[in-house]
Design a protein around this ligand. Sequence first.
Ligand code: B12
Ligand code: SF4
Length: 565
Amino acid sequence: MGGEDIGQGNDPGRPADVHFGEYGLAGKPLKIKPMAKDSLCSSAPGVINLQKGNLGIMRVLFVIADLYFSEPLGAMVLSGVCRNAGHRTKLAILEKQDIANLLGDFSPDVIAYSAMTPDEHLFIKADATVRRWALHNNRRVLRIMGGAHPTYFPDVLRKMNLDAICAGDGENAIVRVIDAFAQGKPLEGIPNIITPTQPNFIKEVVEDMDAVPYADRDLIYDAAPEMLDHGIRSFLTQKGCPYKCTYCFNHAYNRMFKGDGRKIMRRRSVDDLITEIKDVAQRYPVARFVRFADDVFVVNKEDEWLEEFAERYPKEVGLPFYCLIRCNALTENVARLLQKAGCKSIGMSIEAGSERVRNDIMKRNMPDAMMKKAFELARQYRINAWGNSILAAPGTTFADDMESFYFARSLNAACPTFSIFAPFPGTDLTKQAVKLGLLDENFDFSAVSCWDYSVLRGYTQKERIMQTNLAYLGQLFCKLPNFAQPLLKVLLPLPITRLYKVIGALAMSYLLGTKVFPGAQPRGLLALLRAIKTALKYMTTINKERETGTSQMRTPAVGLASPDY
Ligand code: B12
Ligand code: SF4
């Protein structure tokens, strides 16, 4: 990543406006965060190239699968890092753009795929186009993939015949890789980078989050200007989660990266965070709502960071915000501080109605009484809680799912939602599903979705339909009065899931728009209709046809390249 003295006018502590000549972004000066003296990495490869007069400047095409309403922070942060090092970047959104056109126009040197497991099939298809283009144009292009998918399924390196994958944090790795490529040096030995000849990687966790340049918002708004219609702007305040929920990737990440003094929980200073939010609010003035994308916004009940944030954020930023928190962390003091700060909504997952499923199977460690108290506190402090429950988890029955519905209804969450358990490579619950014989050892994870029929063996077709129908009707029926409840039992077995999906998507859009992100909706009829269409697409897309014959994913995939896993 960048370096001690990148470009001109880089007085640490003072923002610098740097224009990279013809490599600048559509003539707009790129505002670059001053780099800390002891920047993220010890070497500063990008600087050398800049000083050589643009010789090593690379064109990096970031590729993501799709956009829903969220800004893809991973690609945006890495684009900020690359631009800070003098490289030129652009974004391809596979579900929206034809990558072939972008390849012709942008002529990239590096293809940086940022992937989640269910979208793998889209990347395989796009990669075939990239390889064809490179061959026809006699271009040597570096193809690298990062994000959750390669981190937990490193076999994708071989499967797609990529040059490299990045496991975990990419802030340092990406520039080191690009510079090595530009200089014709090997990629082996770069922390977090796995190559065909170096499957065991050196592990690195980016600890100084303040030294990371701000997420590059132009990357996303240039590729998808309609995202500006939405008033929501996403930010990261901390990385890492210490909990061990069995369906989530965090225990796998922690197992893979902890040790040797590496710090898993990392947080930005309040100062750095507020400076970025103010900068974004000023430069993209439709900002109406802030969404903190951290897995957990508050971990400790006594939290000096939160106290400072609650003091300063309302005065210096003042935008309403949404964040994620667990019931065990929402004490009266934390609820008070969140309210003081301007928190309007929280994501506080329920996950399951019975303590057996919630605590034994999912390892949430939350008794019913704790959950009730947390939802009560949220109401008391006028913070709207979005509580999701996972249906059809391994080792559960439809009776458990109904219990989840009744429990969620009893908690009276502002936005109760229900999703279907989707197995992802490397998690303990996926391994448990294999152990129980509910999933094949060779299960193909591509195109798995939290909104579609369960992929687990052991449920009858009727149960599968009822689970999915409950996922779509549950939120609406949580809000309907007691006398309407018997109707749910009548509707659940009917094989009209497609209709329920539309009802569910509309109910969810309404609750998200009015309770979770109130006031952030796009202004103008056209923009609003576009947003509803996106929501419908997000929730009604059915599992894509599997790539038969090409997918060889094996289940315990995490850390295949990691010696201590
Ligand atoms: C916000 C979020 C979303 C948002 C935005 C997604 C986005 N495009 O960023 C929305 C709501 C759209 C979303 C949707 C889904 N999500 Co999501 N999401 C997250 C969440 C909570 C945070 C992601 C984030 O912003 N992180 C912060 C950034 C800075 O980190 P990052 O993206 O990981 O990027 C870093 C590294 O991975 C790496 N890196 C990333 N890309 C690249 C590329 C290169 C070339 C390199 C070198 C490095 C690199 O460097 C970055 C900086 O360190 C994560 C959990 C998590 N903590 O990661 C889940 C997570 C990524 N989501 C997940 C899933 C499963 C989904 C869904 C499939 C769920 C579903 N509906 O079925 C959908 C997929 C929708 C789709 N097809 O795109 C899983 C992925 C598991 C997997 N094996 O792939 C995660 C890990 C959560 C989990 N269940 O454990 N998600
Ligand atoms: S608390 Fe949330 S982010 Fe942390 S491990 Fe559990 S599900 Fe994952």
